[in-house]
Design a protein around this ligand. Sequence first.
Ligand code: ASP
Ligand code: MG
Length: 418
Amino acid sequence: MGRLVMKFGGTSVADIERIRNVARHVKREVDAGHEVAVVVSAMAGATNRLVEWCREASVLHDAREYDTVVASGEQVTSGLLAIALQAIGVNARSWQGWQLPIKTSDAHASARILDINGEELIKRFKERKEVAVVAGFQGIYPETARVTTLGRGGSDTSAVAVAAAIRADRCDIYTDVDGVYTTDPRVVPRARRLDKIAFEEMLEMASLGAKVMQVRSIELAMVHQVRVFVRSSFDKPEDIDPHVSPPGSLICDEAEIMEQQVVTGIAFSKDEAQISIRRVQDKPGVAAAIFGPLAEANINVDMIVQVVSADGATTDMTFTVPAAEYERARSTIDQARDKIGYDKLDSATDVAKISVIGIGMRSHAGVAARAFRALADRGINIRAITTSEIKFSLLIDAAYTELAVRTLHSLYGLDKQG
Ligand code: ASP
Ligand code: MG
């Protein structure tokens, strides 16, 4: 017997029929003897509609009232699932964020979870065999007693936080993909589902655009060592044999992964823009003069490459920003031109970032060098490179994204066999 959190996203609870299907998934685990807390999202499309209503009511709206509105989607599904569970003979009750309570910061619309007390849920598992159905995405800021939400995709984070609070053996994320892949299967048909992936690797994959789970939920799982299992919600509950381990990907501590590959996955993003500042003064304070104003403007700078000056007087500084921030970044630099002191700005918006990820890189040399060779053989030029302990990233022309990803995927032995 174990203790489980089961999280279902919007598509899994999109209508009453699917909510009944979810109820049967839950019953299966209860019948197998597990103590279960379920975390649900709003019905697919519901949150978008609520957000839109806020905008329609007033473009500039109070974030506290926005939270009151958008948190309602999860209230509906938590109640409906509790009803559906009771209807098939499973003892269940719903919990809103304020009832548990899930205490958060006061950053309305992007609040952080500070504390959840799981003892009441555990007590009810023991005394009443009661399933807890927790509304995802929402919490409460205790000082003002106002409802908060965790940012879009936040019910993943709710699920991991509840799992930590009740000391669950596992947090199952039921979603519309059956796991985490070595790369996007739409780009590389031979992409493989990973049986296991380490927290650090998943954090990189998620930050770099593999949109399986909210990034914050992985951070939380890593800090609290919550084992997370990503699996498909489309499998019929009746077809699942509770004694056979189902297909999916386990996100866990690296110590739990026996055969560690050097490279685990390849992430990529085409939403990048490159800005190069030519002939900047090579003197103390220049980097601060460039990146200070960008930070103040809340622009997320990613890769930064500074060339070692040849003449000791000037140098070139290249960096990337999200494509959506490109115009703002350019004008921010323009405005600081006198302070920075440079010749001209060059930029490119048709660039892509390819990242190769694997904790095995810590102990293997020459991993990146192989990529440089392989891309050169295909005539792909590398514009910028950054490395960290468990990944390296390359900036290339966007037109070569697919070719580069496929090349590296084969190079590191990630292709599915057969
Ligand atoms: N319903 C919220 C959203 O659509 C939270 C979630 O589904 O994770 O963003
Ligand atoms: Mg989601």
